[in-house]
Design a protein around this ligand. Structure first.
Ligand code: ADE
Length: 421
């Protein structure tokens, strides 16, 4: 049996059913599985993965295994692992090191274990695995063909590494694919973040002042879902174009110092630290609810909150009540970690289907390039646009939706720059 460390193997049966549920909603991965089951293009290749251990990730893992890969996996957030899913994977022989509620030391211990088997490829969500390789396991780098990265924050880290000459092997930015970026980040984050808030609090969203910090793809997804539920959405931003977009999409725009005074529910989706800090907590209304959906837990400054609190208790799962020195009570969800994955189950299977098809294709591109005897340059790459259209095409077909086709005349018109008024 493969090496693993999970919370409780007895949860495996429950996890198996959860994975089956996801599988039935992930037709693009099913198509990839069917396509590569016989040829097994990953045969002989070892992938180390560091990505949320959810039912959807389990479907991705099984797709890689069917395509011949050997895997070793850890979660990419201390609170996002679904223990039943991890147990099911371990029982099926996957080398997995993940459990819900681990501390930071255990988090990196798990990453270290996935590197014990000397991978040829890395797969990240947030870049902690690839960063660990570059910091602590440079001896593994000559053996590594390349890596892939799932999320905005991770891609940002990798681009900074590349800019500074610190990146030592090629990586694909899965996040930059349209079928990831325009769907997972918007509709996935939008729905799953609201799901997390509701599971942790069960409050009514309608009529609330719902403050969204950051109006990028993720923030706008959350804002528009909250608006759909009847909230009065307030945006805080640092980027003029994003703030402008927010206001034209019908939301109020103000500084966090002002929003802090009127918000009922706050969610951060910025990718930077210290978005909500001590002075904001002190000016909030009694009963304010605060959470984060950015990758790292640095957006809400909990260190400052600890300094201004009188007491604290867990009032509901994933909901911490802080009584402040000024007598008001405020509520922090999921310890300031990703609320959608900590208090709910992450994005729905239907969107992860496309994101993970891109992960699969990007890993396959690295393997195919290696087999051809050539190399990608050491940089952050993107798959060709046609691969996006292919994934979207399969998705549409499985939804029973049909497209028009350009006629020959329309194609000629498109190619003809002389055609005008
Ligand atoms: N990121 C966001 N939602 C996810 C999910 N359901 N599985 C894996 N990674 C995710």
């Amino acid at each position: 049996m493969a090496k693993f460390k999970v919370k409780d193997l007895k949860l495996a049966e429950q996890g198996k059913m959860k994975i089956e549920w996801a599988e039935s909603r992930m037709p693009v991965l099913a198509a990839l599985r069917a396509k590569y089951k016989k040829t097994k293009p990953f045969k002989g290749f070892k992938i180390a993965g560091c990505l949320h251990v959810t039912k959807e990730t389990a479907v991705l893992i099984k797709t890689f295994i069917d395509a011949g890969a050997e895997l070793s996996w850890s979660g990419c957030n201390p609170l996002s692992t679904q223990d039943d899913v991890a147990a099911s994977l371990a029982k099926d022989g996957v080398s997995i090191f993940a459990w819900h509620g681990m501390n930071t030391k255990e988090f990196y211990w798990c990453i270290d274990r996935t590197l014990d088997f000397k991978p040829h490829l890395t797969l990240d969500d947030g870049a902690d695995l690839i960063f660990t390789v570059h910091k602590k396991y440079t001896n593994l780098i000559p053996n590594i063909i390349g890596g892939t990265e799932e999320t905005t924050t991770g891609v940002h880290r990798l681009r900074k590494m590349a800019e500074k000459g610190a990146l030592k092997y090629p990586v694909f930015a899965v996040n930059d694919m349209i079928t990831k970026w325009d769907f997972d980040n918007v509709y996935g984050t939008g729905q799953s973040s609201i799901d997390g808030i509701l599971r942790a609090t069960s409050v009514l969203i309608a009529g609330k002042n719902f403050v969204v910090a950051g109006y990028g793809h993720c923030g706008s997804g959350v804002a528009n879902r909250a608006k759909g539920l009847g909230a009065n959405v307030i945006i805080t931003e640092v980027k003029p174009t994003s703030a402008l977009k927010g206001t034209l999409e019908g939301h109020e725009v103000m500084k966090m110092d002002e929003a802090a005074k009127v918000g009922d529910i706050f969610i951060t989706a910025t990718g930077v630290k210290d978005v909500i800090v001590g002075r904001h907590f002190l000016s909030m209304k009694d009963g304010a609810i605060i959470c984060n959906t950015g990758h790292y837990d640095c957006e809400i400054n909990l260190v400052e909150l600890e300094k201004i609190k009188k007491s604290k208790r867990t009032i509901r799962p994933n909901c911490e009540e802080y009584t402040l020195n000024n007598g008001k009570k405020i509520y922090i969800l999921a310890q300031g970690r990703l609320v959608n994955l900590s208090a709910a189950e992450g994005h729905p299977s239907e969107v992860m289907d496309m994101s993970f098809a891109n992960q699969f294709n990007a890993q396959l591109a690295l393997v195919n390039m290696y087999k051809s005897g050539k190399k990608y340059s050491v940089d952050v790459h993107k798959l060709p646009d046609e691969m996006d259209q292919e994934i979207a095409g399969v998705k549409l077909a499985t939804m029973g939706l049909k497209l028009d086709k350009l006629t020959k005349e329309q194609i000629m018109y498109n190619d003809d720059f002389s055609a005008g008024t």
